[in-house]
Design a protein around this ligand. Structure first.
Ligand SMILES: Cc1ncc(COP(=O)(O)O)c(C=O)c1O
Length: 361
């Protein structure tokens, strides 16, 4: 038998979550963000599953877009950071990609390029996150330059990114939104602003386009609960099995460094999953797992290929018992909290050695 770890990817759940993003923003187009291998889920499979409903996709690099084109994805694909080198423009044009322009060197590259068909450009406003984009003082000038580019550029949109639309404290979000609003009113620019948290909780930011990412995979990006009546389905369920069981007396250490000791006689299950698969080594004692569908606490440090779980209260569990590390029945966000991280990093961090099994509708 092969090593039993596997990630089940429920493409029906992905389509359900995409439909939620559409339903809560019915007047916006939803561009499905499938960068970083669709947050670890497999970009090609996810794009194919969404191809019938999603009018566009967003990725982080030309290479990510190329692999989608090679697999037959025809939709427009937005490069969220634009080109990294002027040489890439010819490929962008040949593949019919959309590009963000966030810097003057990119702007000049576009303005100096003579495409056979107009390039679609999304001009990035730095509305206060201070990561990428033109500040509000210089944005109108760059917008005007692109507008004056005649038939070399078309479909200009204003794109910007929120730093804290997920947080309960709205102060930074409000400052960013005011900046976006004032630039938008001045230029009458169509907007592409809302990431998942803004799509879910800030309806006033819904623009001509939205850019939901993490919510498509079933993780709740908000600091609090999802708005009433809204439910997302986990797309990835990471499963493995117990490959051994240790019966230990009280006072015995378990795992590297002896971080955890039995405080009573205990049965410890050894799970075929570790940080070499992408399970977070920072998972604290008590991080939940499901063993035969029952919640059990992780105990001791996560190793590269294994981790340990206290199954003392499950006398029937043994070698071969199924273990869910996150997914259906155990939200990735809950696991992430025990690892002092966020669902994004657990999902995106799943390593290539874990086989993905696609469950099709
Ligand atoms: C520029 C940009 N747009 C959209 C997204 C999607 O954000 P989320 O996954 O929070 O929906 C990201 C995610 O990192 C991003 O960097």
């Amino acid at each position: 038998m092969a090593r039993p770890i596997i990630a089940d990817i429920d493409l029906d759940a992905l389509c359900h979550n995409y439909a939620v993003a559409r339903r809560i923003a019915p007047r916006s187009h939803a561009m499905a963000v499938i960068k970083a291998n669709a947050y670890g889920h497999g970009a090609v499979a996810c794009a194919k599953a969404l191809a019938a409903v999603a009018p566009a996709f967003a990725v982080a690099s030309l290479e990510e877009a190329e692999s989608l084109r090679e697999s037959g994805i025809l939709q427009p694909i937005l490069l969220l950071e634009g080109i990294f080198d002027t040489d890439e423009l010819a490929r962008v044009e040949a593949l019919g990609l959309w590009q963000v322009v966030h810097s003057d060197w990119q702007l000049n590259a576009v303005l100096n390029y003579s495409p056979a068909r107009p390039l679609t450009v999304w001009l990035k406003l730095d509305s206060g996150m201070h990561r990428l984009g033109f500040d509000s003082a210089s944005f109108a000038d760059r917008w005007a330059k692109l507008q004056a580019a005649g038939d070399r550029v078309r479909d200009l949109h204003l794109i910007s990114h929120f730093a804290s639309a997920d947080q309960a404290d709205p102060s930074q979000f409000e400052r960013q939104w005011q900046t976006i609003e004032s630039v938008r009113q001045q230029l009458e620019a169509p907007l592409c602003i809302a990431n998942s948290p803004a799509t879910l909780a800030k309806p006033r930011t819904h623009g001509h386009w939205n850019r939901p990412g993490i919510m498509l995979y079933g993780s709740n990006p908000l600091e609090g609960a999802l708005p009433d009546g809204m439910s997302l389905k986990p797309v990835m369920t990471l499963r493995s099995r117990l490959i051994a069981v240790q019966t230990l007396p009280m006072g015995e250490p378990v795992g590297y460094g002896g971080r955890w000791h039995t405080s009573r006689p205990a049965r410890i299950g050894i799970v075929a999953a570790g940080y070499g698969d992408g399970y977070d080594r920072h998972a604290a004692d008590g991080t939940p797992l499901l063993v035969d569908g029952q919640r059990c606490p992780l105990v001791g440090r996560v190793s590269m290929d294994m981790l340990t779980v206290d199954i003392s209260h499950l006398p029937d569990a043994g070698v071969g018992s199924e273990v869910v590390l996150w997914g259906r029945g155990l939200g990735v966000d809950e696991v992430a909290r025990h690892c002092d991280t966020i669902g994004y990093t657990l999902l995106t961090g799943l390593l290539p050695r874990v086989p993905r099994r696609y469950l099709v509708p």
